[in-house]
Design a protein around this ligand. Structure first.
Ligand code: GCW
Length: 713
C-alpha cells in the first residue's frame, strides 16, 4: 500500500511562505487582457485557446497546457496557504510569471531552455518562452525566498547547462524474486508499480514530478534497464498504463521514457530474429514506436541496456552497438524521440584466473571505435567510472573518447555501493569532482596546447561544449521509492536534490546546494540545525571512503546485495572485480608497461599521470597499480598503515556524526529525528564492522602490525 501521508521533502507548504504571502500573477499570450489566472482559470486553460489553436502540434501543446494549469494551481496553493493573492498581471503584482513564446513558434519545440529573472524596485518578473521553463523559474523564486524580492535590481538569464537531465528508475512491475520491486532500491517499493500492476492512484507520482521540477529534472525513465518478460510488455500491451504514468508526470513538465528489451521483436512480436539489420525487425520497431507515440504524444524515448549482464543485444546477431542503437534511433526519429544506449557492456562471466581481461577496459574497447557512427538522436550513456559506481573510481575514459557522439554521464543517486541509504553519504561533492574533472588536463581538447583555451570538463562534454559539440546530458539512477521519506534515509533526499541542481548547473558548490536543501526542507532552520547537517553531510562521502575499500580498490562488498564488508567476496567470482591481495601486496596493475594497458585509454596528461607510481594520486593508487603493503604513499604513510589509520578515523567520524545528530534531533519533526537516528545507529554498527574486517584482513595478510597498536583481530 502506498502511504499517502508522506514527507513533503523540499517542498513543505512553509517553503512557499515568502512567495505565498505576496501578490502573484501569471500571464500567457492566450489570456484575455487583465484577467487574473487563478483557480477559476484552470479549466479555461485546459479547454481554451492553447488547446484549439494548435491541435496539429498537439503533443507539445498538451504538455504546455498541462504545465500552465499547474503553474496556475501552484500560485493558488501558495497564496491560499500564506495569505497572498493571485491578481491580474496589470495589477502591479510582486511577482509576475510571463509566458512569452518565441515568435514565430518553431515547428519542433526546442528543449525548455531557461528563463529570465528581472527585479526592479522589489518587483520580480520571470519570463520564459516555454511553460516548463516558466515553472522552473517559479521554483527558482521559491528557492530564493525573500532574497528574490529584497535583492538589488537585476536582470539575469538562467538556463540549464545540459539540455538533457534525466532520472532512471530501476523499478520492476513484478516483484523480482532477488531484486525485489526496485532493483538496488533502498526506499521501499516503487511509486509507479505495486505487485504486477501500475498503481491505481498515481497522485504521488505527480508529487514526485513536482519535486523534480523544483530542481529542473524534466525526464524520467520509468522501468528497470534489466527488462524482464513482464516489464517488456510496457512497450505494447500496457501502453495505456504507461500513458497514465505519463499523465501523472506531465503536469510538472516531466517526460516519460521507457527501458526496452532489445529482443522485443522476438519476445513480443513473434519474429524469428531481433537482428537490427533485418528489415522486418526494423519495421517492427517503427510500428512499435508509432503506437507508443500515439498513446503518449510527448513521450521521450527508449533506454537500452544491451549485451550486458545477460540482457539481449546486437552481438548475438553479429552486429555492433551502433547497428543496434541506430535501428532504434530510426524508429523513434519521426517522433523526435531519443535512444539512451548504455555503454555498460562487459564480460560478466570472466574466469578469475584470467589476468588479461580487465573489466575497466570494456566500455572503451567496445564503444570508442564506434565514434562517429551513432545517429544524432542516440545518446551513449556512460557510467561515471569504468567499473561500477564505486565510492572512488577514476572518471571513465569513454567520455572523452567519443567527440562525434552524444555522450551522457550516468551517475547513481541510489546508494548501491555507498551505504544503501542506511549510511548518510552526501554525494554532491563526489559528483562535483567528476563534473569538474578535465580529461585533457589544462588543455581544451585532444589537439590543444595547455594554454589553447579554457580546459574542458566532463560537464562540458555532457553538455556539448567539448570537442565535437555533441552533448548527451546527465542521467542518474533514482533513489526514490514509496517510503514515507521518499529515499529511506531522510538525509538522502539531499542527494536527489543535489543531482538535479548539479545537472542544471555543474558549477554549483555542493555545500551551498546543501544549504538550499536545508532551507527548503526545514524552513526557518535554526543555525545549530544547519551547522549539524553540514557537519554530518559535508564530508560524509570521504568518511564513507575512509571506513570502506581503500585507495581506489573496489568491490570489497558482500556479493549479491552489495551491503557491508566482504574483502574477498568477489575475488574468485566471474564478475571481473578483483583486488589481487596476497601476502606481499595488493592492487590491479592497469599500466601499459606491465599491466592491462587500461591507462592507455586516457588522453594526455592522465595516461602518464596514472601510469607512473610517482604521479598516480594516492586515492586511486590501487586502482592502477599493484604495490607492496610497505609502499610509501605521497602522504608519507605506508599502504598498510594508511588502511589502519583511515579505518579507525572513519569510525571516529561516524561517532561524531551520531553525536551531532543527537544534539539537534529535537529541532526537526519527531518522525524525521527517529528515522535519522535509527539509520545513524546502523551506520555506526556497519562502519565498525567494515573497520574490523578490513584492518584484520590486511594485518593477517601482511603480518605488519599497526604502528599505534590499536585492536585488530
Ligand atoms: O551496479 C550494477 C547493479 C545492477 C545493475 C547494473 C546496471 C540494473 O548491481 O543491479 O542492473 O549495475 O547498471 O545495469
Amino acid at each position: 500500500m502506498l502511504d499517502n501521508d508522506f514527507h513533503p521533502a523540499w517542498l513543505p507548504d512553509a517553503a512557499l511562505q515568502t512567495v505565498g504571502s505576496r501578490r502573484l500573477a501569471l500571464r500567457s499570450p492566450d489570456d484575455e487582457a487583465g484577467v487574473p489566472v487563478g483557480s477559476s482559470s484552470r479549466d479555461r486553460q485546459l479547454e481554451g485557446p492553447i488547446a484549439t489553436e494548435h491541435t496539429d502540434r498537439s503533443s507539445s501543446r498538451r504538455t504546455d497546457r498541462a504545465v500552465l494549469a499547474t503553474l496556475s494551481a501552484e500560485l493558488d496553493r501558495a497564496t491560499r496557504a500564506h495569505g497572498g493573492a493571485v491578481v491580474g498581471h496589470d495589477d502591479e503584482p510582486d511577482l509576475l510569471l510571463a509566458l512569452d513564446p518565441a515568435d514565430p513558434a518553431p515547428a519542433e519545440p526546442a528543449e525548455p531552455a531557461g528563463y529570465r529573472l528581472l527585479r526592479a524596485a522589489g518587483r520580480v518578473t520571470v519570463t520564459a518562452d516555454h511553460p516548463t521553463s516558466l515553472l522552473h523559474g517559479w521554483f527558482h523564486v521559491v528557492r530564493l525566498g525573500a532574497v528574490a524580492f529584497d535583492g538589488p535590481d537585476t536582470d539575469e538569464h538562467h538556463a540549464p547547462v545540459s539540455a538533457l537531465r534525466m532520472l532512471d528508475h530501476w523499478d520492476n512491475v513484478d516483484v523480482h524474486p532477488v531484486m525485489g520491486q526496485v532493483e538496488r532500491g533502498y526506499a521501499g517499493g516503487s511509486i509507479f508499480y505495486d505487485a504486477g500492476h501500475v498503481r491505481a492512484d498515481l497522485s504521488r507520482v505527480t508529487t514526485y514530478a513536482r519535486l523534480l521540477a523544483a530542481v529542473g529534472i524534466d525526464r524520467v525513465a520509468i522501468n528497470n534497464v534489466n527488462v524482464a518478460a513482464r516489464e517488456a510488455r510496457l512497450l505494447t500491451d500496457d501502453l495505456p498504463e504507461v500513458a497514465r504514468i505519463a499523465a501523472a508526470l506531465r503536469p510538472y513538465g516531466v517526460r516519460t521514457h521507457l527501458s526496452v528489451s532489445f529482443a522485443s521483436p522476438v519476445t513480443l512480436g513473434g519474429l524469428p530474429t531481433s537482428d537490427p539489420l533485418d528489415p522486418a525487425v526494423r519495421t517492427w520497431w517503427r510500428d512499435a514506436a508509432d503506437v507508443v507515440w500515439r498513446a503518449v504524444p510527448d513521450f521521450g524515448g527508449f533506454v537500452v541496456k544491451a549485451d550486458s549482464e545477460g540482457q539481449p543485444g546486437p552481438f548475438a546477431h553479429g552486429r555492433d552497438h551502433a547497428d543496434g542503437a541506430n535501428m532504434l534511433a530510426e524508429a523513434v526519429a519521426p517522433h523526435g524521440g531519443l535512444v539512451h544506449w548504455r555503454a555498460f557492456v562487459y564480460n560478466h562471466t570472466q574466469d578469475w584466473r584470467d589476468r588479461t581481461t580487465d573489466r575497466a577496459r570494456a566500455a572503451h574497447d567496445h564503444f570508442a571505435p564506434l565514434d562517429g557512427r551513432f545517429a544524432g538522436n542516440v545518446v551513449v550513456q556512460v557510467k561515471h567510472g569504468p567499473v561500477d559506481f564505486q565510492v572512488r573510481e577514476p572518471v571513465s575514459p569513454v567520455l572523452a573518447a567519443m567527440p562525434r557522439t552524444r555522450v551522457a554521464l550516468e551517475l547513481q543517486v541510489t546508494q548501491e555501493y555507498t551505504g544503501q541509504q542506511r549510511h548518510a553519504v552526501y554525494l554532491g561533492p563526489a559528483w562535483s569532482e567528476i563534473l569538474r574533472w578535465q580529461p585533457w588536463g589544462d588543455a581544451a581538447g585532444p589537439d590543444d596546447a595547455p594554454d589553447g583555451g579554457a580546459p574542458v570538463t566532463v560537464a562540458d562534454l555532457a553538455s556539448g561544449r567539448g570537442p565535437g559539440g555533441q552533448g548527451g546530458g546527465i542521467a542518474a539512477v533514482s533513489n526514490v521509492g514509496d517510503d514515507r521519506f521518499w529515499t529511506g534515509h531522510p538525509l538522502a533526499q539531499a542527494n536527489l536534490y543535489a543531482f538535479g541542481r548539479l545537472a542544471w548547473d555543474p558549477a554549483l558548490d555542493p555545500p551551498a546546494v546543501l544549504d538550499e536543501w536545508i532551507d527548503l526542507t526545514f524552513p526557518g532552520a535554526p543555525a545549530e540545525l544547519r551547522a549539524a547537517v553540514h557537519a554530518i553531510l559535508d564530508e560524509s562521502w570521504h568518511t564513507y571512503e575512509l571506513y570502506t575499500a581503500p585507495l581506489g580498490i573496489g568491490f570489497m562488498v558482500r556479493p549479491g546485495h552489495h551491503y557491508g564488508p566482504d574483502v574477498d567476496g568477489y575475488e574468485y567470482t566471474p564478475w571481473g572485480t578483483y583486488h589481487f591481495a596476497d601476502r606481499d601486496g595488493i592492487g590491479v596493475d592497469r599500466t601499459r608497461a606491465t599491466g592491462t594497458g587500461y591507462t592507455g585509454q586516457y588522453p594526455a596528461p592522465w595516461r602518464e599521470v596514472y601510469e607512473s607510481l610517482d604521479s598516480c594520486p594516492d586515492e586511486l593508487l590501487l586502482f592502477f597499480h599493484h604495490v607492496p603493503y610497505t609502499h610509501v604513499l605521497h602522504s608519507g604513510k605506508t599502504v598498510v598503515q594508511h588502511v589502519y589509520d583511515t579505518h579507525f578515523e572513519g569510525v571516529e567520524r561516524v561517532e561524531r556524526m551520531v553525536e551531532r545528530w543527537e544534539d539537534v534531533a529535537g529541532l526537526v519533526p519527531d518522525d524525521v529525528a527517529r528515522r535519522v537516528s535509527d539509520r545513524l545507529t546502523e551506520q555506526r554498527r556497519s562502519a565498525v564492522e567494515w573497520r574490523d574486517q578490513v584492518t584484520t584482513y590486511f594485518w593477517r595478510k601482511s603480518g605488519i602490525p599497526d604502528e599505534q597498536g590499536r585492536t585488530i583481530y
